[in-house]
Design a protein around this ligand. Structure first.
Ligand SMILES: N[C@@H](CCC(=O)N[C@@H](CS)C(=O)NCC(=O)O)C(=O)O
Length: 202
């Protein structure tokens, strides 16, 4: 039995919820009250010593790190695949998932956390501007790769695209100029039922 410990405003947790929806997997949802710092309490730290969501339990097997969780679901429940079958395409999927974390998600947090949750006087605008520049650079690198393509890899929706959804959702508040091919890809991804049904309230 799958149990997901998460929070509806968490970008990383949203990835896993989208994965579960796309694969039509049944799971028990446990919302960790991050406002009350439940993620730093002993019960949650016993599952994830870093005190973060998401955490997935598959019976007594506990796993954290959203990209790893998605890969595990794919390995153990291959129906409705989100990974291509050819080794090269699987490798490309992994590459894009890693690049999403390193080149986009990390910088996204620097901008969207303050914008969503902190008053303006607490924003580190210098760090936010630097993060916007990094994101712009990444989008500009993606742009030619997305010419004449619907998805990042193998002309099918894969974990590579899925990993991006919760982060590209916030492009409108990232102070970047989204290039046209990237915008088309983003619009397509955000129109998926799994993306639409998991839009956070802020
Ligand atoms: N690399 C982790 C990142 C998880 C993460 O940073 N989650 C945030 C919520 S979006 C969190 O739990 N933050 C609480 C904290 O760091 O105290 C993953 O992919 O799961």
């Amino acid at each position: 039995m799958l149990t997901l410990y998460h929070h509806p405003r968490s970008t990383y947790a949203r990835r896993v919820v989208i994965g579960l929806l796309e694969k039509q997997l049944e799971y028990t949802s446990v919302v960790i009250d991050m406002g009350k710092r439940e993620h730093r309490g002993p019960a949650h730290l016993a599952m994830n010593p870093y005190g973060r969501v998401p955490v997935l339990a598959d019976d007594d097997f506990v796993l954290y790190e959203s990209a790893t969780i998605l890969r595990y679901l794919e390995e153990t429940r291959p129906e409705r695949p989100l990974l291509p079958s050819a080794p090269r395409e699987r490798a490309l999927t992994d590459m894009h998932m890693r690049l999403c974390d390193i080149q986009l998600a990390r910088h996204t947090g620097i901008i969207i956390f303050p914008k969503r949750f902190l008053p303006k006087e607490r924003w580190d605008t210098q760090a936010m501007t630097a993060a916007s520049q990094e994101i712009q650079r990444h989008l500009d690198i993606l742009e030619p790769q997305l010419a004449d393509r619907t998805y990042l890899v193998a002309d099918q929706f894969t974990l590579a695209d899925l990993a991006y959804i919760p982060f590209v959702h916030f492009l409108p508040i990232m102070d970047v100029a989204t290039p046209p091919n990237v915008q088309r890809w983003v619009d397509h991804l955000l129109a998926r039922p799994s993306a639409r049904s998991t839009v956070p309230d802020v």
